[in-house]
Design a protein around this ligand. Structure first.
Ligand SMILES: C[S@@+](CC[C@H](N)C(=O)[O-])C[C@H]1O[C@@H](n2cnc3c(N)ncnc32)[C@H](O)[C@@H]1O
Length: 244
């Protein structure tokens, strides 16, 4: 298959993709991204406020709200925010420009979740965003950064295929990497920006964040999914971060 070579554009700033994404729940491999989040987030204290940074069509924001957080979503894609607001008319969904969270300045959150967001954030914006997210945390708050594992891009999965993208095998940091979702109407490749774990650790340090846990969720026998590599290799990594 042809590997797209145009300059990076946010793959999610697109109405067709936003509509397709909005219809997703937690199928297959995605189940492993969300299965352990309730435990990692902890039970919210009454009134605990959570920011869903890169909320997309609101799947992860509604997940936080269902756990009992006062959840707010922020995203740069108007197409995704339109889907989020349609599904949750009473929710709070805010558009933020790339790399600039000044619209949220002064807010403080007990939990911040970024679910797959940094897979798409441009390399040049990542450091500024982590710095600003750190400032938005309550002193005892936690930022949960859920990202694709390095292995995601070079293996096959219950819900994703990467076989058509040989360039994914050994990408340089900042290179475009591609996946396709299986069994969705919009089967166009999704372009991510490769960021190795070591680079994330540098970014966290620069932002004054300390990683307290790196969770690598594996599939379990007996789960109702046709796992491919998920029983042996974690498709995702969830970094739990606090302010230094
Ligand atoms: C893969 S989607 C995940 C959406 C949602 N968190 C979920 O789990 O369903 C990634 C989202 O990150 C958003 N995004 C990418 N770069 C961003 C940035 N610099 N600031 C805010 N949102 C961003 C995209 O627009 C997209 O909606």
């Amino acid at each position: 298959m042809h590997e797209p070579s145009a300059p990076f554009a946010n793959a999610y700033d697109d109405q067709l993709r936003a509509a397709s994404y909005a219809a997703l729940a937690f199928p297959g491999t995605y189940h492993l991204a969300f299965r352990d989040l309730p435990e990692l987030l902890g039970r919210p204290a009454p009134g605990a406020r959570a920011l869903d940074f890169g909320c997309g069509a609101g799947r992860s924001t509604r997940f936080l709200a269902d756990l009992g957080f006062r959840a707010e979503g922020a995203d740069l894609s108007e197409a995704m925010l339109t889907e989020a607001r349609a599904r949750d008319p009473r929710g709070v969904y805010l558009r933020v420009p790339d790399g600039d969270l000044s619209a949220l300045a002064g807010n403080r959150y007990h939990r911040i979740l970024s679910a797959f967001t940094f897979d798409n954030v441009r390399t040049g914006s990542k450091a500024a965003l982590f710095r600003q997210l750190a400032e938005l945390l309550e002193p005892e708050g936690r930022l949960l950064n859920l990202v694709s594992s390095e292995e995601l891009y070079r293996m096959e999965w219950a819900f994703f295929s990467t076989a058509a993208f040989p360039g994914n095998a050994a990408p340089a940091p900042g290179a475009a990497v591609f996946t396709v979702m299986k069994d969705v109407p919009d089967a166009r490749p999704v372009e991510d920006i490769f960021c190795p774990e070591a680079d994330y650790l540098d970014l966290y340090r620069q932002a004054g964040l300390v990683r307290v846990l790196a969770h690598r969720p594996l599939g379990r026998p007996g789960e109702p999914f046709a796992w491919v590599n998920e029983l042996q290799v974690a498709p995702w990594r969830i970094d739990v971060l606090r302010r230094a």
